[in-house]
Design a protein around this ligand. Structure first.
Ligand SMILES: Nc1ncnc2c1ncn2[C@@H]1O[C@H](COP(=O)(O)OP(=O)(O)O)[C@@H](O)[C@H]1O
Ligand SMILES: [Mg+2]
Length: 353
């Protein structure tokens, strides 16, 4: 059987560059080489595309994970050095997160080039990257989301009005975060009005739009979805955090947060979350995969959909692959399924011009 030529992309320009490199290492180590001929290309933080030497097992995954690959560059600039790899592949797996990676831009590039790309298409990628827009669509679909107000960066110049709006609509504590971000960068719990100015200014560094949400004393539950038009949801898992909330340190540095599958909630709640995850996946027209994240309010028991990650983390300890492993699907089989779904999705979306 002829092997499918798979191009794995990693790195990228977002704040989640490093986590992408670690995810790509795990994907490269767990790709079925009977089925796929694999090549890899890194994108630096400056946006230069660096094709990696070798293919299949000869790719230096250690250098990818450690970040050494980006230092070993030979003066490559822009996308030019990667064009042979791009035109030569059958399908692309962008193992990247955040802006210029998970937001429809990379998806658009490969749509123009006619190459199937693992994961959601342009529209769903863009909607899910923008937390304000995600909430707009989810509300329309009747899916519960945390009450919030949206601010523009320019609103911060009139703090009197902002303070009044937050006091009346949300109250304290509240939670401030950029609409477009990830890995908890620029996200803060705000205890009182005294801290508000500083936290809003910090969040506004990362995006023009800022969300101020009601603070939820939350159990954090995640649900893995896989498929295209007939998606399946795995048993939800739970993140047990050690800090005030699931911040960047807790996610990637401390190593102190832990996970459990299934999440420690009732059978009914597990089923409800699975159903909401599938409803959201379909409402936003996602494809391939998504990790749908929920809060269960410890005080009231209410469940909210917090966000949808259209390219979830893929490290050996990441929740997305772990939840499928729990269902009996090892990472190698999961990656094969994702690539096949990408090829199917492209065929289903084919149209006449
Ligand atoms: N409204 C909220 N109330 C309490 N904690 C929140 C709220 N929104 C976010 N958080 C905390 O911040 C973390 C990161 O926020 P999230 O919306 O998931 O953005 P990111 O894309 O950065 O993961 C969450 O996992 C949670 O711990
Ligand atoms: Mg999150």
């Amino acid at each position: 059987m002829k092997r499918t030529k798979l191009l794995v992309l990693f790195g990228g320009q977002s704040t989640e560059h490093e986590i992408s490199c670690i995810s790509a290492g795990a994907v490269l180590k767990n790709t079925d080489l009977q089925r796929f001929n694999v090549k890899a290309c890194g994108i630096t933080k400056e946006g230069d595309w660096i094709p990696q030497d070798g293919e299949d097992g000869a790719i230096d995954t250690e250098s990818i994970v450690s970040g050494a690959w980006a230092k070993a560059r030979r003066g490559e600039k822009g996308i030019g050095p990667a064009l042979d790899l791009i035109y030569g592949c059958d399908v692309v797996f962008p193992v990247m997160h955040g802006i210029m990676a998970e937001d429809g831009s990379i998806q658009g590039l490969f749509a123009v080039l006619g190459k199937p790309c693992v994961g959601a298409g342009i529209l769903a990628s863009a909607v899910c990257m923008d937390k304000v827009f995600t909430k707009t669509v989810l509300k329309q679909a009747g899916i519960p989301v945390v009450p919030s107000v949206t601010l523009e960066r320019t609103d911060i110049s009139d703090m009197g009005r902002v303070r009044a709006e937050i006091a009346s609509e949300i109250g304290y504590p509240c939670f401030v975060k950029p609409s477009n971000s990830g890995s908890s960068v620029g996200a803060f719990k705000v205890l009182s009005e005294d801290e508000l100015d500083e936290r809003l200014a910090e969040a506004a560094k990362f995006d023009r739009k800022i969300l101020v949400e009601k603070y939820i004393n939350a159990k954090e539950i995640e649900c893995a979805v896989l498929g295209n038009r007939d998606p399946k949801a795995a048993t939800p898992g739970e993140i047990i955090t050690t800090g005030e909330f699931y911040d960047y340190n807790d996610k990637y540095i401390n190593g102190t947060s832990s996970t459990r599958i299934p999440a420690d909630i009732s059978e009914e709640d597990l089923e409800r979350i699975r159903a909401l995850a599938l409803k959201a996946f379909t409402a936003i027209d996602c494809a391939g995969f998504a990790r749908v994240d929920f809060f269960k309010d410890r005080d009231t028991g209410d469940i909210y959909l917090n966000e949808i990650n259209t390219i979830p983390g893929f490290t050996s300890i990441s929740m997305y692959p772990k939840m499928w492993e729990h269902e009996g699907m090892p990472m190698k089989e999961l990656i094969t399924n994702l690539v096949e779904l990408a090829i199917e999705d492209r065929a289903e979306n084919a149209r006449e011009f």
